[in-house]
Design a protein. Structure first.
Length: 395
C-alpha cells in the first residue's frame, strides 16, 4: 500500500492525465511527446512532493511540468516558434470549451478508420494512461507487440489525416456509436468472469467524463447501464470464488450508491443503451418483472436485432410466458445464425429445458455449454449446474 502522498500523486495523475495529453497533442501534434511529458510530470511529482509537500493545485503543477518538458523537447528539435508560443502561454487550468481537448482526444482515438481493437488499445494508453504492459497482458500479447500496434494506430491517424476535432451536426451522430462501442467493449473486458476489473472501472470513468463534457441521452444511458451492472460485482462470486447467478447473489453486497445514481440519470428515451439500462434496472428491483423485461427486449430487438439480443429476448419470454415459448423463440433466433456453439445460448436452452421438465437433456446441454465456455470460472459454474440437476433435479 502506498504512502498518503503516493496516493495523492496517483489520484492527481489519473485525474489530470487525459487533459494534459489531449492539450499537448492539440498544440504539438505529437502523440508520443504528449504521453512522455505527462509521464515525466508524474515521475517528478513522485520524487518531489514527498519532500516539498503537495502543491495547492496538483493538476496545474502537473500541467506546468508537462508543458515545460514539451517546450524543452520542441526547442531541442528546433520546431516552429508558433508552437512554442502557444505552449508557453498555456494557462494552468484552461477553461473547458464546448469542444474540450479531452473530447477531441476521445473522438480521435475512437475514429472508425481504426479497427475496434486498435481503438480500445489506443484509448486505454492515451486517454486512460494505462501502461502498455498492462494493456498487452489484457490482449494476451507481448509488450513489444502492443507497442507496435499502438504505433501503427498513431501512424494511421497521421497518414489518413484524421482531424483532431470533435465532429458536429450529423457527423457527430455518426461517430458517437464508434465511441460507445469502444467504451462498451472496454467495460465488457473488465466485467467478464475472468476479466480485468480495472478495465470496467476505466470504462465508467471515461463515460463519466464524456457525460460531463457533452449532453447526450445515450451517454447518460450508457453510464447508467455500466453502473447497474457494476453494482453487483462484489456479489458475483461466493466465498470459494464460484460464479453466482443473479438469483443466487446476496443483494446486501450490491453497491446501492451506484444503483441510486444509475436510476437517477437513466433517461426515458428509446435508444439502444437506454433500453438496455432499463432492462438492467428491472433486474435490480426486489421482484423481477419479467413481463416488463420481455417488452423492453421486444423494443430492443427492433433497434438492434443482433443474435445476442434475440437470445436474451427468448430468455425473457421464457420467464414471462413459459419455457416452451422461450425455447421456440430461441430456435427461431438460431435460424438467423450467430448463436451456433455460443455457450450462453446453450446455457439458456439448458435452463429453459430444465424448467420444461426434461432434466437429463438439460444436463447434457449444460455440459455442452461448459465445453465451449471461454473461461474456467464459467466452465465451473456450468458444470456445477449440471451436477446439481443430475443429483437432485436442480435443488
Amino acid at each position: 500500500m502506498g504512502t498518503p502522498v503516493d496516493v495523492v500523486v496517483t489520484t492527481a495523475g489519473r485525474e489530470s492525465h487525459t487533459r494534459i495529453v489531449a492539450t499537448l497533442i492539440r498544440l504539438t501534434g505529437d502523440w508520443d511527446l504528449a504521453e512522455d511529458c505527462a509521464q515525466e510530470a508524474l515521475a517528478l511529482a513522485l520524487e518531489r512532493w514527498p519532500a516539498e509537500g503537495v502543491p495547492n493545485n496538483p493538476g496545474g503543477w502537473l500541467m506546468t511540468v508537462a508543458r515545460n518538458r514539451a517546450i524543452d523537447a520542441l526547442r531541442r528539435a528546433n520546431l516552429e516558434r508558433r508552437k512554442l508560443s502557444e505552449l508557453a502561454s498555456l494557462p494552468l487550468d484552461p477553461p473547458a470549451p464546448a469542444h474540450d481537448d479531452r473530447l477531441r482526444l476521445i473522438f480521435t482515438c475512437c475514429h472508425p478508420a481504426l479497427s475496434l481493437e486498435a481503438r480500445v488499445a489506443l484509448t486505454l494508453r492515451t486517454v486512460a494512461g494505462m501502461p502498455t504492459a498492462d494493456i498487452a497482458r489484457a490482449f494476451l500479447v507481448t509488450e513489444s507487440t502492443m507497442t507496435r500496434r499502438l504505433t501503427r494506430a498513431k501512424d494511421k491517424i497521421a497518414q489518413a489525416r484524421i482531424p483532431y476535432r470533435v465532429p458536429s451536426g450529423a457527423a457527430l451522430n455518426e461517430r458517437l456509436p464508434s465511441v460507445f462501442a469502444v467504451l462498451y467493449l472496454l467495460f465488457s473486458r473488465g466485467y467478464d468472469a475472468d476479466g480485468e476489473p480495472a478495465f470496467a472501472d476505466e470504462a465508467i470513468r471515461l463515460t463519466r467524463l464524456l457525460a460531463r463534457l457533452m449532453s447526450d441521452s445515450e451517454v447518460d444511458a450508457l453510464l447508467a447501464l455500466f453502473l447497474l451492472q457494476h453494482s453487483r460485482r462484489a456479489a458475483r462470486r461466493d466465498a470459494d470464488g464460484n460464479l453466482l447467478t443473479l438469483a443466487e447473489q446476496d443483494r446486501a453486497r450490491w453497491d446501492l450508491d451506484a444503483i441510486t445514481e444509475a436510476l437517477r440519470i437513466l433517461p426515458s428515451t428509446d435508444g439502444p443503451y437506454a433500453l438496455q439500462a432499463r432492462i438492467a434496472a428491472c433486474h435490480v428491483a426486489e421482484k423481477t418483472d419479467w413481463t416488463r423485461i420481455a417488452e423492453l427486449y421486444d423494443q430492443l430487438a427492433t433497434v438492434v436485432p443482433s443474435p445476442v439480443v434475440l437470445l436474451n429476448r427468448a430468455v425473457a419470454h421464457g420467464y414471462a410466458q413459459s419455457p416452451a415459448t422461450g425455447l421456440a423463440m430461441l430456435e427461431s433466433a438460431r435460424v438467423g445464425g450467430g448463436l451456433d456453439g455460443y455457450p450462453l445460448a446453450l446455457a439458456a436452452e439448458a435452463d429453459m429445458t430444465a424448467r420444461a421438465g426434461d432434466r437429463w437433456r438439460a444436463v447434457s446441454l449444460y455440459e455442452q455449454a461448459a465445453a465451449v465456455a471461454p473461461s474456467p470460472a464459467e466452465q465451473q459454474a456450468l458444470l456445477r449446474r449440471a451436477t446439481e440437476l443430475s443429483l437432485n433435479g436442480g435443488g
